[in-house]
Unconditional design. Structure first.
Length: 685
């Protein structure tokens, strides 16, 4: 590290009185500049993954400024006609609520159902309206910055991903198999598919085995607890402050269970600290960092008490994360070449308002340009049929010298995205990742700016007060929703956004002679996308459509089933929304939208296939302006909407004087390869 940077690190670390107040873990991490050589992903020499337990994105970050949280201006609409926030319990609606208990970050909040059956019941074939019956009213509880200041400050200092989903609608183990192997045995080989926490012993190849074969160094950092027992369990012990809570899921694979000392699978996956004998939780990690021996890829598995799994306090986890950062920044030269991913295996039973992308089970449920065979479970005597995932959004914070600045990254990711980042950096491919997931989930590189050279320390809270006061288990705190619910709002303020590759479109076309209406979907030339379609006047649906990069796909609805009127809404990545409403039996206007103007405009093309002129009124939700266009029969009008003032965000609606049912709504964000600003329409305090 250059001497100037070294001096700066020592100052930030508290070596001088002037910087003594900035001596906590996150300040140090944010202050150490990247060791920039190529300005590419090749500058990342160490990848570290800390996967915690069982929290949804809205549960943690729904009120965080500048993310797609409680202030989402375009939430999904349920079959009741209300927004997705209004979850019915059979008698009334339950909205997200902050529990009334004091010191929520240190409360032992009760856990909720999070198995395959409960997850699919809440998801309800994509209708997304059975969360309370499946999970209880506890599902709608959330926390704020006041409760979990460390997590919020971490997001403010680095980059938070607000479209990162768990891989699987269900339990811990299958989600961790996606993290470590790219699937959960979906092809039926090696003991799969695994849909619960059976932990029976499996034999398909894991990603660390591929790394070992390729000569890429790797390691699991953990406490050994009592080691491997006769039943084949590893890390599951009664003492929640030791072991790894069984979260090193490699140890449910026979090659690791049967490994002996001297075998890399034993030495790298079955060793660690021994707190029972007096070791500190981070002794091995810190020693490797200080000695410059941190592997190229490593994973960390926390003891149960620090995993953030309900009913354990979130801020126990905050203390643990801060200690991980302390260890990784103990050698600034190593940290300057390290990327840390902090994420969560699944959502427990906590609600998240963004319905996840899912593959169609048949043509009646949607279409895909890429094979979805490996992503749909056919059902058996133990588990019902349904998609494996994607699951709900979970928190992901990218902590590194190339991800400072408090950005939000809104590309769709899942746990296989972590492997794909490793693929990009070290060239070791994981064949278990399905074509469908590769089409719609990114590789996490968009969360980084590898050109970044200068960082700025951020003031983050001290976590020493959150270290456990005892080594006991504590009874559940069960939150109750308020008698008079109201929709929470987000913090004031915007957040810088990372540039994405999406150029999504959805076009509509009516065929009055047959009463049919057709939608055509595309994610754009550079990346794939998944779209969910709902109907406001039909009982069936929703439907799902996946397009690979550079491809499009179309499907048709018969308006005879909806009294000659179509009412379809299309939800896509990063706040993308299209609404199509009108008569399917009468010729008339149509409108298409394209991102244009070098990423600063939307171009609307207004056409008229009717026999008389029509007047179309365009409303802009961002500036409140309206414009009216007269379109003659058989003609078209092209109109460009400049988006500079709205930070390249748009929400445009078009209605017709000839058809009271006609509506076209176009909303989303135009990308131009440059960082942007979070959606100004997010509803804040």
């Amino acid at each position: 590290m250059a001497e100037l940077n070294r001096r700066r690190f020592l100052q930030i670390a508290g070596a001088t009185a002037g910087f003594a107040a900035l001596s906590n873990s996150i300040d140090r991490a944010a202050a150490i500049p990247a060791r920039r050589r190529s300005g590419t992903i090749d500058d990342v020499e160490h990848i570290v993954v800390l996967m915690q337990e069982n929290r949804s994105f809205d549960h943690y970050f729904g009120s965080l400024k500048g993310v797609r949280g409680f202030g989402d201006p375009r939430p999904m609409t349920l079959g009741t006609g209300k927004s997705v926030w209004h979850q019915p319990d059979g008698a009334k609606d339950v909205l997200p609520y902050r529990p009334e208990a004091a010191d929520l970050g240190m409360q032992f909040i009760a856990g909720l159902n999070h198995d395959w059956a409960g997850g699919h019941k809440a998801w309800n074939h994509g209708k997304y309206d059975q969360w309370i019956p499946a999970k209880s009213a506890g599902t709608m509880a959330y926390l704020t910055r006041e409760d979990i200041p460390f997590h919020y400050a971490l997001a403010d200092a680095f980059t938070v991903c607000d479209a990162y989903h768990c891989s699987f609608i269900g339990a811990t183990d299958p989600n961790r198999y996606y993290l470590w192997t790219g699937h959960t045995g979906n092809d039926g080989q090696g003991g799969g598919p695994v849909l619960g926490n059976e932990e029976a012993g499996y034999s398909w190849t894991t990603y660390p085995e591929r790394l070992e074969k390729a000569g890429i160094s790797w390691k699991i950092y953990q406490d050994v607890g009592d080691g491997l027992d006769k039943a084949g369990s590893w890390g599951w012990i009664n003492d929640a402050y030791r072991g790894n809570y069984g979260d090193n899921s490699l140890l449910y694979f026979d090659n690791y269970r049967n490994a002996q000392p001297g075998d890399p699978l034993y030495d790298k996956a079955r060793t660690g600290t021994n707190v029972k004998k007096g070791d500190g939780y981070f002794d091995v990690l810190k020693a490797d960092v200080k000695a410059g021996k941190l592997p190229q890829i490593s994973w960390i598995a926390a003891p149960e008490a620090f995993s953030e799994h309900p009913n354990w306090p979130v801020n126990y986890g905050a203390w643990y994360i801060s200690q991980v950062l302390d260890a990784l920044t103990a050698n600034p030269e190593v940290w300057s070449r390290t990327a840390l991913f902090i994420t969560y295996d699944e959502n427990d039973g906590y609600f998240d308002h963004v319905a996840p992308p899912f593959p169609p089970a048949s043509a009646a449920q949607g279409l895909s340009t890429v094979d979805t065979t490996l992503d749909v479970f056919a059902g058996n005597g133990h588990y019902g049929a349904g998609p494996y995932g994607l699951g709900q959004r979970v928190p992901m914070i990218v902590v590194s010298p190339w991800s400072t600045g408090g950005f939000v990254c809104s590309e769709v990711f899942d746990h296989t995205s972590v492997i794909r980042f490793m693929e990009r950096r070290f060239g070791v491919r994981e064949p278990h990742i399905s074509p469908w997931r590769r089409a719609i989930c990114g590789d996490l590189t968009s969360a980084f700016d590898f050109r970044l050279q200068h960082t700025r320390p951020a003031a983050l809270p001290d976590t020493t007060g959150w270290a456990p006061k005892d080594r006991e288990r504590h009874p559940d705190y069960v939150p109750k929703p308020p008698a008079n619910p109201s929709l929470p709002k987000q913090e004031n303020g915007s957040r810088p956004t990372r540039p994405l590759r999406y150029t999504p479109l959805t076009d509509g076309a009516a065929t009055p002679s047959t009463g049919r209406f057709t939608l055509t979907f595309s994610g754009g030339a550079e990346t794939g996308a998944c779209f969910t379609v709902t109907s406001g006047n039909r009982a069936d649906g929703p439907w799902t459509y996946t397009t690979e990069a550079g491809k499009s796909i179309s499907d048709t609805w018969n308006t005879a089933y909806s009294k000659g009127v179509y009412d379809l809404s299309v939800y896509g990545p990063n706040g993308f929304l299209r609404t199509f409403r009108g008569s399917g039996t009468t010729a008339g206007p149509e409108v298409t939208a394209r991102h244009a103007g070098r990423g600063c405009a939307v171009e609307l093309t207004l056409t008229n296939t009717g026999t008389t002129a029509c007047r179309l009124t365009l409303s802009n939700a961002y500036d409140g302006k309206k414009e009216t266009f007269t379109v003659a029969p058989g003609r078209r009008v092209v109109h460009t909407v400049n988006l500079r003032r709205s930070k390249r965000w748009y929400d445009l609606s078009v209605v017709s004087d000839q058809d009271g049912t006609f509506l076209r709504r176009f909303a989303g964000h135009v990308e131009n390869g440059e960082p942007g600003v979070s959606d100004p329409a997010i509803i804040t305090h």
